[in-house]
Design a protein around this ligand. Sequence first.
Ligand code: EPU
Length: 420
Amino acid sequence: MEKLIIRGGKPLNGDVFISGMKNSALPVIFGTIAAGDVCTIGNIPDVSDIALAFDILRSMGAKVRFINTDTVIIDTTNVMRKSPPLEYVSKMRASTYILGAMLGRFKEAQVGYPGGCDFGTRPINQHLKGFELLGARVAYGGDGNINVTASEGLKGNFIYFDIASVGSTINVMLAAIFAEGTTVIENAAREPHIVDTASFLNACGADISGAGTSMIRIRGVKKLHGCNYTLAPDMIEAGTYMAAAAATNGNITVRRIIPKHMEAVTVKLREIGLSIDVGDDYITVNSNGAYRGTEIQTNPYPGFPTDMHPQFTAMLCLSNGISKITERVWDGRFKYVDELLKMGADITIDEGSVIINGIKHFKGAAVKASDLRAGASLVIAGLAANGETTVTGIEWIDRGYEALVDKLRMLGADIQRVEY
Ligand code: EPU
């Protein structure tokens, strides 16, 4: 196994190039099943969740070939109707997208119950409700699979989601591409990954409008075809480096990004006293030393992203004053707090919020990542800490941050990845 060793206390300075967005790469990769043809996808992030997604596709009969480090050709012409191995799909939440993509193309799908980061309960009732409203039957097999069938085909319908859910919106969009007539999704999630997925599907011949708003309209088509598509940059990777700039009292420019996606993060950083310069495809975060505490609520996009909550907690630990982050998306997203306490943080958890009392310094400690963004938060704390921090559980971090150690070293961090 491997761990990170960080000797903290160095301001991070310089430029960092942001990779493609993991959370749109996953639905686009599984969306190629619906295309049933050859797709060339660019800006693929080199992270373990994506490698696993390719293993799953290959196990289903797709051909996957990289033509350079971040561009892949995926041929799903001969994908089989069989369910992918349970041991793969149970490791990843996004494997549910196979249900929507296969249901649309083959009118039947069988996929094991998904895994992913553990934030407490992660139901998929809204996904399944959407499939049922399109005319599919949903059944749980004794073999751990969810079976969804629409022997008489899918029919467009009006679907109102009780919750603006990223996964449900994408999954139902994938299935509805081939439904007869028009499907309207109301209270759709509006995240940039939804827009990216819809743009990819439209490039393949789908007819989807309204992605990025709370009402998406999908007019059914008979068939898709292959396309060339380049993924949007990863807003959470960018936000993580922005938080690291503040926490280490540094000056970082995140490049090759879409600044509009970063607004909730940018506004908060400005509000607490950081200097922010926004360009066409970059943002510079320049720390002026001290920054203030603040209050944040996580919410679906365009609200403050839940996937930036743990990293902001680490950063706000070093602010002047008191901060409060209220988690409105994942009720179980607090496991990182115990680890930050080991580093000297002063945090209490109170009914779905963290209350953070600013401290002068973190002190290095041995800590363990419990999920992807928890890991990112511990790395930020380690980079800012006095002394040495070791972070284990880094397989979580590998799921979503491309070349983290190399990128941080380029910014001046003292960080190593070692076997233990
Ligand atoms: N929900 C339901 N029923 C459903 C689906 C969701 O009640 O059928 C609830 C969830 O329990 C949660 C809320 O709705 O409280 C939002 O869940 P959503 O479906 O939006 O999340 P997801 O699709 O499972 C994606 C990202 C997560 C990110 C969330 C929220 C992927 C692969 N995962 O998850 O990303 O936190 O949206 O933005 O896109 C990460 O990258 O670290 C990560 C966890």
